[in-house]
Design a protein around this ligand. Structure first.
Ligand code: IMP
Length: 423
């Protein structure tokens, strides 16, 4: 068997949580391969909303195995809170249905302080981090200083923790950072005890064995391609590889073991945090998208920046990820607009190009194509033929431009609000 991948093609918040939940019945195993509690995967059903940060979005369907891969960074406090919140909803996770890679790195309380100190020191050029300690934790990973989940089983774990924390304190004093930790450290050790209750495993072996035994696996990405550490809008990116390649290193899979790559994109664009965004709208249309789409960060509550769909960036993401099928989310947000726009090319210094330049901070003027809108509420539609002709035309245009079929269209936040296009 091969593992399928599902990931975001824009700046995150494309609706991955919901779509993983919709796809989960087709899979036996759901695994996260990168990122950490900077992610906020939202799911809605039975009139309730859930937000997952670290735990794979397969947990709401019975009998699924959920694996947190080695590429993920885990904050034990947030992890323990997620476990408790799920328990409160009657979803019980244990050794049988949640496995955690021993090689996943831990986010220490001092990583959070370092994140805050580093952002404060950047001043106006700050990244707009979620301040969950992601960057500093991945820096310790690549700097070969990090603490991993497997370390919590070692007798000298406490010594290792103290040594790393000392290093962090030295760094914090260089930043002259005054931030307090309150009782976070105490909660952190409580979270470590919660992690111990699950199956800690060399997940690279586990995942390859599962595939050898014919099990179906879906790898769930976090953030989005334009936030990828190598190919995103650097330095305004996250600290991991959010693209298909991240699945290989984040789960221990060989390239030949990747099957379908399902890429999610919104019918428009959003971005939370700083950094270039060529199609950003600072006008009434931007406000309309934010209001209609409830575009506020699931992890931080920050208002998201909104803009029209950026096709050069989407084509780039499709190329980098080897996307085999597309899933469009939130076209329902466009309902009521007389018209909407799509950026098909960039004009840079008078030259029109379909490619992304070295930096999107360059003086980019989007070249737009205008599309007619539709007035009806489409959130109750469940069959493709009932969708407005204008949306069908938009879909066909995007398929022609990208060369990839759109297999599903999400028309609302609930798990039932899905239209399969029959491709
Ligand atoms: P960090 O990964 O928390 O350091 O944040 C780096 C950048 O990525 C910031 O602009 C964040 O707003 C953005 N970011 C991180 N995680 C997500 C996510 O899950 N969705 C959307 N943006 C994110």
């Amino acid at each position: 068997m091969k593992a399928d991948v599902l990931l975001g093609l824009q700046w995150g918040d494309e609706g991955k949580g919901k779509i993983v939940d919709v796809l989960t019945p087709d899979y036996e195993v759901i695994s996260r391969f990168q990122g950490g509690p900077n992610a906020g995967h939202s799911l809605e059903f039975n009139g309730k909303k859930f937000i997952l940060h670290t735990i794979p979005s397969g947990v709401f369907r019975n009998d699924k195995l959920n694996i947190i891969g080695n590429g993920v960074v885990i904050d034990p406090v947030i992890f323990a809170e997620e476990i408790q919140a799920l328990k409160n909803e009657g979803i019980s996770l244990g050794r049988d249905n949640l496995h955690i890679s021993t090689k996943a790195h831990l986010i220490l309380p001092t990583h959070r302080l370092l994140d805050a100190a580093s952002e404060a020191a950047k001043g106006r050029s700050r990244i707009g981090s979620t301040l969950k300690g992601i960057g500093p934790a991945y820096m310790d990973k690549t700097g070969r200083n990090g603490l991993r989940v497997g370390d919590i089983l070692r007798p000298d774990f406490m010594d290792r923790y103290k040594a790393l924390t000392r290093k962090h304190r030295d760094l914090l004093s260089m930043y002259h950072y005054q931030g307090a930790q309150d009782d976070y450290e105490k909660k952190w050790f409580g979270g470590i005890d919660v992690i111990r209750r699950f199956t800690l495993v060399e997940s690279e072996y586990r995942i390859n064995e599962l595939l050898n035994h014919g099990k179906t696996i879906l790898a769930e990405g976090a953030q989005g391609t334009m936030l990828d550490i190598d190919f995103g809008t650097y330095p305004y990116v996250t600290s991991s590889n959010t693209i298909t390649a991240g699945t290989l290193t984040g789960l221990g899979l060989a390239p030949s073991r990747i099957g379908k790559v399902k890429g999610i994109f919104k019918a428009y664009c959003t971005r939370v945090g700083s950094g270039p965004f060529p199609t950003e709208l600072q006008d009434a249309h931007g406000e309309f998208l934010r209001r209609q789409g409830h575009e506020y960060g699931a992890t931080t509550g920050r208002p998201r920046r909104c803009g029209w769909l950026d096709l050069p960036a989407l084509r780039y993401a499709i190329m980098l990820n080897g996307v085999t099928e597309l899933i469009m989310t939130k076209p329902d947000v466009l309902s009521g607009l007389d018209h909407f726009m799509v950026c098909t090319h960039y004009r840079i210094n008078g030259k029109v190009t379909g490619q992304l330049p070295y930096s999107l901070e360059e003086n980019i003027e989007p070249v737009y194509k205008r599309f007619s809108g539709w007035s009806q509420d489409i959130s109750g539609i469940r069959t493709y033929r009932d969708l407005p002709e204008e949306l069908k035309a938009y879909k066909s245009f995007l398929e022609k431009e990208t060369g990839v079929p759109i297999t599903m269209i999400s028309v609302g936040p609930d798990r039932e609000a899905i239209v399969k296009t029959g491709i």
